[in-house]
Design a binder for this molecule. Sequence first.
Ligand code: ADP
Ligand code: MG
Length: 248
Amino acid sequence: MTTTDAAVRVEQLTRVYQTGRSRVDALAGVDVGFGRGTFTAVMGPSGSGKSTLLQTAAGLDRPTSGRVLVGDTDLTRLSETRRTELRRTRIGFVFQAFNLIGALTVEENIVLPLRLAAVRPDRDWLARVVERVGLADRLHHRPAALSGGQQQRVAIARALATRPEVIFCDEPTGALDSHTAAEVLTLLRAVVDEHGLTVVMVTHDPVAASYADRVLVLADGRIVGDLPQLGAARIAEHLASLDRRAAR
Ligand code: ADP
Ligand code: MG
């Protein structure tokens, strides 16, 4: 995949955490591109570097070495200020714990990225987002008055507010029951299919991964699997076979 086909591409990405004398290679040389309008699931054991990959690709954290290209822009060459600006306008992020601001209403939470980036809201787009996530009648509620699934839908709307090129989701259904998770996954799928956005989602759940077009598997900071859509049962089988290989 060339740079221009990819919404985001990382090259030779490493991230080393050094605490005292101990050193962890959270990412040990990752090369991957996320094609525009595709939905990728990132899987792998706990500690394999999934969150670190998302955070460095999203510009929330800096890699130790390597490049992160968002379109044609190399994030790693930008100043802190420009990187923050780019992150706020062209990238969305969704966390497992929703991370909404309790003192703000649903609507205020959704438009917060626009205020932070000091960009004028695109009213048509926002109306479509609110409609798509099914929150039109909840705009003046506070997050605490909503269910977990509704709160995650607010977080997804917030991630979409600036009409970013890509949204990264770190275990977005990790705190939800399976029915509510299915709603959120259907929403992410629709965002890709209807609006051509690029979604990259970390998940432990083969059923969640089966909503994606592609499954990347990480182990020890490296990509050890890059699979097309297989269905939940085959994904689970593949993960089990990797575990057996690792145990040998
Ligand atoms: P995953 O999301 O796959 O569970 P992470 O990306 O969170 O994995 O972590 C990868 C590795 O980096 C783990 O060994 C973890 O302990 C380590 N790590 C992550 N963040 C830090 C940090 N801030 N300081 C030190 N080590 C970290
Ligand atoms: Mg993680």
